[in-house]
Design a protein around this ligand. Structure first.
Ligand SMILES: Nc1ncnc2c1ncn2[C@@H]1O[C@H](COP(=O)(O)OP(=O)(O)OP(=O)(O)O)[C@@H](O)[C@H]1O
Length: 255
């Protein structure tokens, strides 16, 4: 599959004197799992933040699904079909697991959040559909048995899965996962791998930031390496793994 879903062109982002992204250009194809790796502070999360509209880049930009992305508002990114999870989990801790997913779903409803407050018959029917879909998604990510529990009481691994369910509730074309395996044990990481493969098989393209190099190399179709805000290489894992610049910048440290 070679159709381009996301193209980043010379994206630049500075924080004072820190060049967090130095003209980063990369291309994500529809249907692939694309890994974004690099040492701490390389600019991976900054790239996500520019893509999803949390930061406005000083230079360059994105084309998504064939049209330029005006990524200066997170809501717009979601409407265009880009969803993300966060490195530091951001759930509504005092809402149930089910409610957390239902909130994500409201991006795609006609009534929206206000409609959910002023409940007429149409809104109630829509609300029931939202609930059903949220239940399906909890089942899909494997936390259906925790639907009624407050998010803050879920295990770390389950919270990460719940975040993925909430992101999927927006029906994304591109799902961006920021270190989903962080803090997971071996079993949880393997379950995560299976889940990500399932999501891809269901037609969602995935952009994955992850420090677990084994997971990235085993799972991703292509991998990009950032170092000091610059793209070092973008290629298939077998090539990336053996590139001397990558070994020096990153993998050599872990090996
Ligand atoms: N809001 C901000 N204000 C100032 N500097 C920032 C901000 N966000 C990121 N930076 C800086 O930009 C650089 C890139 O950071 P970023 O968080 O994108 O790296 P990363 O590759 O995601 O790192 P990690 O793997 O540790 O999460 C770092 O030097 C960081 O200190």
């Amino acid at each position: 599959m070679s159709e381009v879903l996301l193209e980043a062109k010379a994206v630049a982002k500075h924080f004072g004197g820190v060049k967090a992204l130095r003209d980063v250009s990369l291309t994500i194809r529809r249907g692939e799992v694309y890994g974004l790796i690099g040492p701490n502070g390389a600019g991976k999360t900054t790239f996500f933040n520019c893509l999803t509209g949390l930061y406005v880049p000083e230079g360059g930009g994105f084309t998504f699904a064939g049209a330029p992305l005006k990524a200066d508002a997170p809501h717009q990114a979601a409407e265009r079909g880009i969803a993300r999870t966060f490195q530091n989990i951001r759930l509504f801790g005092n809402m149930t697991a089910l409610e957390n997913v239902m909130v994500g779903r409201h991006v795609r409803t006609k009534a929206g959040v206000l409609g959910a407050v002023f409940r007429d018959a149409g809104t109630r029917a829509e609300e029931a559909a939202i609930r059903r879909r949220a239940e399906e998604l909890l089942h899909y990510v494997g936390v259906a048995d925790r639907a009624g529990d407050l998010a803050k009481n879920l295990s770390y691994g389950d919270q990460r899965r719940l975040e993925i369910a909430r992101a999927l509730a927006t029906e994304p074309k591109l799902l961006c996962l920021d270190e989903p395996a962080a803090g997971m044990n071996g079993t949880e990481t393997e379950e995560l791998r299976v889940l990500i493969e399932g999501i891809r098989a269901d037609g969602v393209t995935i952009l994955l930031i992850e420090h677990d190099v084994k997971l990235v190399m085993g799972l991703c179709d292509r991998v990009a390496v950032l170092d000091y805000g610059a793209l070092v290489i973008e290629d298939v894992p077998a090539v990336v793994q053996h590139d001397p610049r990558v070994i020096e910048a990153y993998i050599g440290v872990a090996a």
